[in-house]
Ligand binder design. Structure first.
Ligand code: HEC
Length: 271
């Protein structure tokens, strides 16, 4: 039987006065554009707005944080890079009291790798597409934050365990008042009772207890990923930061967005 091979012909790539051939790429192009618009619209949810030209021009990302904003979050001792549960606790302990979300974000060196979702199905639901749940990635650590609503008082942590589909879980309540906190504080806050497992285990299955190098007890459980259709594009964060700058707002929510955008770049990173 004769093999059918794709035939390469230059004529496929050169412009020819053939209307039917020329129309195909045009139709395909229109179709791709229409499909991406539909997909984009769905991913962003109804409250997504693209960058407004006036907002973009009125604010430059270099002026999004003032020297006073930075001074209010200046660390009280040297900051470690928070790449796992242990170093994140050291990082929190180096920040001024009470520890606010804006100060946690402001002291992260950019570029910041993250992914955003408007999912409301977790222990830290996003309050809208304009206030998504963000997972900041540093080394093996996922730092889950939300910028408004009840979830804004929580930092949810997942330390990814290499070569597994599991992470160690912990949770801190903001603002942190006590002078020094420990890993155990973050783990114990997730516990249902002193003898039982964690509240995270309801959704994050296959939970087991482990001992950290520090001797603290912790729990590992399955990773849950973002639903693709609930992802919020990073342009939304840029938009919120510039809206905050345009309205001259410095509330805690706005300081978080300003800090994210002023960090030296945002990069999308899945986990
Ligand atoms: C009601 C279900 C539910 C509960 C309870 C829950 N989560 Fe999650 N979690 C999710 C979902 C769903 C995702 C995927 C992202 C999203 O949709 O928000 C997720 C993702 C995560 C992630 C990122 C990936 C991973 O699994 O490491 C972390 C970290 C996390 N949750 C921490 C916690 C912690 C800590 C607790 C307990 C205090 C907890 N979660 C309790 C539903 C839940």
């Amino acid at each position: 039987m004769k093999l059918m091979r794709p035939q390469f012909r230059w004529s496929h790539f050169t412009a020819r006065p053939n209307k039917r051939r020329k129309a195909r790429p045009l139709v395909a192009g229109l179709l791709v554009t229409a499909l991406s618009l539909v997909a984009f619209g769905q991913a962003c949810g109804p409250s997504f707005q693209i960058l407004d030209k006036a907002a973009r021009e009125s604010a430059s990302s270099t002026t999004l944080l003032s020297p006073e904003d930075r001074a209010a979050c200046a660390p009280r001792s040297s900051l470690p890079e928070p790449t796992d549960l242990t170093s994140f606790v050291e990082y929190l302990n180096a920040l001024p009291r009470p520890v606010k979300l804006s100060c946690i974000v402001m002291n992260l060196a950019g570029p910041i790798e993250l992914i955003a979702t408007h999912s409301q199905r977790s222990a830290q639901p996003a309050s809208s597409a304009r206030n998504p749940r963000l997972f900041i990635r540093r080394g093996d650590l996922l730092i889950g934050i939300v910028t408004s609503g009840a979830s804004a008082a929580l930092v949810e942590l997942g330390q990814l365990l290499p070569n597994t589909q599991q992470s160690l879980k912990a949770e801190f309540v903001l603002p942190i008042q006590s002078d020094l906190i420990s890993e155990a504080d973050g783990v114990e806050h997730t516990r249902l009772s002193a003898t039982g497992g964690t509240s995270c285990g309801t959704c994050h299955t296959n939970e087991t207890q482990v001992t950290l190098p520090s001797g603290a007890r912790a729990f590992r459980s399955d990773i849950l990923r973002l639903a693709a259709q609930e992802e919020v594009p990073l342009a939304q964060i840029q938009y919120e930061a510039e809206e905050c700058a345009r309205l001259n707002s410095r509330d805690e929510r706005c300081l978080v967005y300003r800090a994210l955008v002023s960090s030296g770049g945002l990069q999308r990173r899945e986990y």
